[in-house]
Design a protein. Sequence first.
Length: 357
Amino acid sequence: MNTNISTKIDIEKIVNSRISEVDFENLVFGSTFTDHMFECDFVDGEWQTPKIRPYQALMLEPSAKVFHYGQAVFEGMKAYKDDDGRVWLFRPEQNQKRINISAKRMAIPEFPEEYFMDGLITLMKMDHEWIKPGEGNSLYIRPFVMATEPGVVASRSNNYKFMIICSPVKPYYKGEVRVEIAQKYSRAADGGVGFAKAAGNYGAQFYPTKLAIEKGYQQVIWTDSNTHQYLEEAGTMNVFFRVNDTLLTAPTSDRILDGVTRKSLIQLAQDMGISVEVRPVAVKEILEASNNGTLKEIFGAGTAAVISPIVSFAYDEKEYDLPRLENSYAQQLKKRVTDIQYNRSEDPYGWRVEVKL
């Protein structure tokens, strides 16, 4: 990928950095933000000159359509710093393509690829000191776009704002993860926006997740909206099941996000000689596998957590524990993918992109 900057970007640098005020050893995920942010407005039918300016609050009218009709999509990606101080992105072109797929589904104008990449690279160069080296440290990057036209008539907006903000982070989940399999609520439906990273998808998850948390679980494994017989995603992550020595994961569809980590893990697993089946995974199948001892692992996969092993799940008020394995597939795959991300191993896939400082 070419990381040379060709886009004209209006840049306003912060006068005094806030980095000295940050305790990087005690970060709350996604709550601390770097000095600068990228923004670009869509007005009069075209994207305007992009800007980078100090991170600050926005001025939006109360009638901005994003507040009333939910026209907003986003991405999640990360930057990493290796032990030599070099900065790396992981498959950024996949995030650029996917945010436009999401935008198209929400009737939002697609954002130019060169604006996305040039803005991202410039922002990384300006705020690279916020990226700390070491396992688990990274910079979480949040590109997003929202409808800004004032007015409460129920129609798509004519104006939008595209932004990128960045947050230094440590690992997403701490401690063991227990989940509940959904039997009433669903994350998405056929013909809907489940494949898009639309803001409303996540807002609709919070209530059923709250109910699960009240019962002692950290997340929900979602089932299909038609029958609740097939397993789809785990919380905000794609989900994998290991039955004997085969990894199972649901195919992407109208309901399931085409996760960047998901597709990377499938490729890595296959190249490691692990059998991978991408197909519908029935609740009944996983219950039977747990009962007969062939269910070895369940883990979520996504940008924030990379891989999150699940130690137990509940269904019909019954708990099912997973075995504690040494050298699990989750451990092996996480090491493979993070070694590429942190520049500790060769990258035969060309996934790693250096930000030349």
